[in-house]
Design a protein around this ligand. Structure first.
Ligand code: XMP
Ligand code: MG
Length: 183
């Protein structure tokens, strides 16, 4: 789905498909160099990270394996609480593995902070994070992101995997959702 086709639903396109492609290529070159000689495990966080995972993995010129987790934040409202429940766990034994968590967006950072702690207890050789987007003004905990795509303003965004009520994930760009859509 193209931004122009749903212009009325969007306030502003923040990151275009081309900018995402260029950035993932740049990150992939760094990842290849940093993990040279290692067989990296990419851990995608469902469902938002599906597009980033698909494009990043294909951009990499080295062997990688992919696995997935689904987590949900407990708590009232739309704000992340930091208390996380595993809906779908990994199939892979992490002991001795080099793990790269692949995420769509870091908002408060609470989900990733919990996930880092959880994965760290499974004996991985290393754990790093690759996130396409980050909202620096929304941070509640500091997350050390080794591979970051773009810092964006503290606004609700959709597209490239990110949804509003499960819609807009197949938008090619990342855009700010117009308030009239959710109010
Ligand atoms: P925290 O706050 O724990 O949240 O860093 C991360 C998760 O919350 C979702 N999220 C968003 N989803 N547009 C979305 O479609 C947004 O602007 C947005 N901000 C946070 C997302 O699932 C992310 O993994
Ligand atoms: Mg997510």
């Amino acid at each position: 789905m193209d931004s122009r086709e749903i212009e009325g639903d969007l306030t502003e396109v923040l990151v275009t498909e081309q900018q995402i492609r260029d950035k993932l290529a740049e990150l992939a070159r760094r990842i290849e160099a940093d993990y040279e000689g290692e067989r990296l495990l990419l851990v995608g966080v469902l469902k938002g990270a599906v597009m980033v995972m698909a494009d990043l993995a294909r951009e990499l010129r080295s062997h990688v394996t992919m696995d997935w987790m689904a987590v949900s934040s407990y708590g009232a409202g739309t704000q992340s609480s930091g208390v996380v429940k595993i809906l779908k766990d990994l199939d892979t034994d992490l002991s001795g593995r080099h793990v790269l968590i692949v995420e769509d967006i870091i908002d408060s950072g609470l989900t990733l902070s919990w996930l880092l702690g959880n994965l760290a207890s499974r004996g991985a050789a290393s754990i790093e994070i690759c996130a396409l987007l980050r909202k620096p003004d929304a941070a509640k905990v500091e997350i050390d992101v080794k591979y970051l795509g773009f810092d964006i303003p503290n606004q609700f965004v959709v597209g490239y995997g990110l949804d509003y009520a499960e819609t807009y994930r197949n938008l090619r760009d990342v855009a700010i959702l117009a308030p009239h859509v959710y109010s």
